[in-house]
Design a protein around this ligand. Structure first.
Ligand SMILES: Nc1ncnc2c1ncn2[C@@H]1O[C@H](COP(=O)(O)OP(=O)(O)O)[C@@H](O)[C@H]1O
Ligand SMILES: [Mg+2]
Length: 254
């Protein structure tokens, strides 16, 4: 039975909790973050940070007004938290990847490599025409990307907003995973109902920090887990049944 879609529950700017709102000058960022936010502005990516829209596992997500180089109504700025030790646990995703063999093992380097990795992965996804935010810029622990939403209202994730056409939504995500694998040479490695945003009827994949290249020793294992998580959600929530072996073969075979 299809669930209520996000269309019925539109969020207003006024609905955001006041304490989530901030001004860049309020001193809530550490010195390095302020420096990297400054670069976003001098590079014409962002003119002003507006408000926080989410607090993720390892990053805070803000909506910002675009700078002169971005032709869109708003921009998303993902600021990775330095203080989190979470990253040290996820070091596996970086060290098994031949692209990141030379980085130093301190928290600032790991966080900025993670941010750079998410930027690079988003770029590969965009080139492969996967539904995912276009990356605009990164430096240090700060990443700017395309806003997924309508009229300044961020798209809800699949868990919160649901979909009216589960079969179509699932097919679209599977096609994106196939393009990601075949054209970008990547496995997302954190596919879940929380990392899929529904912009109208179109699902978008987000959160590419942990995505790995196919040469990563755990790439196949991560892909199997992605497919399992995806199919389990659609089976439980919507009663949609798919054969995971067939889906995996569709994603990986030419
Ligand atoms: N490009 C975007 N457009 C709109 N909302 C976004 C975008 N990127 C992230 N978000 C929101 O921020 C939340 C956390 O982002 P995510 O990249 O998943 O961070 P984390 O790695 O901390 O989980 C998402 O669930 C989503 O609600
Ligand atoms: Mg996430």
């Amino acid at each position: 039975m299809p669930r209520r879609t996000s269309k019925e529950k539109q969020i207003n700017r006024e609905d955001y909790p006041r304490k989530e709102q901030f001004k860049a000058e309020s001193g809530m960022f550490d010195e390095r973050t302020v420096k990297y936010l400054g670069y976003l502005m001098t590079h014409g990516i962002v003119s002003e940070l507006s408000f926080q829209i989410a607090r993720g596992k390892e990053a805070d997500i803000y909506v910002a007004m675009p700078g002169t180089h971005v032709h869109d109504d708003v921009v998303v700025v993902k600021i990775f938290r330095i203080e989190t030790s979470h990253f040290m646990k996820r070091i596996d995703y970086i060290y098994g990847d031949p692209r990141f063999s030379k980085i130093k093992r301190n928290i600032h380097s790991v966080v900025s490599e993670w941010c750079k990795k998410e930027y690079g992965n988003l770029k590969l996804a965009a080139d492969a025409k996967v539904h995912a935010p276009l990356p605009y810029y990164f430096d240090g622990n700060v990443l700017a990307m395309q806003f997924i939403g309508v009229d300044g209202v961020p798209a809800q994730n699949l868990k919160a907003g649901g979909t009216d056409s589960p079969e179509k939504t699932l097919d679209s995500v599977i096609e994106d995973l196939r393009r990601l694998y075949q054209k970008a040479g990547l496995v997302h490695a954190d596919v879940s109902e929380y990392n899929i945003l529904m912009k109208g009827d179109t699902p978008y994949l987000i959160d590419f920090g942990q995505a790995v290249v196919l040469g990563h020793p755990k790439a196949q294992q991560f892909l199997e887990r992605d497919v399992r998580n995806l199919l389990t959600f659609f089976q439980k929530e919507y009663g949609v049944k798919r054969d995971s072996k067939k889906v995996l073969a569709h994603i990986t075979e030419q």
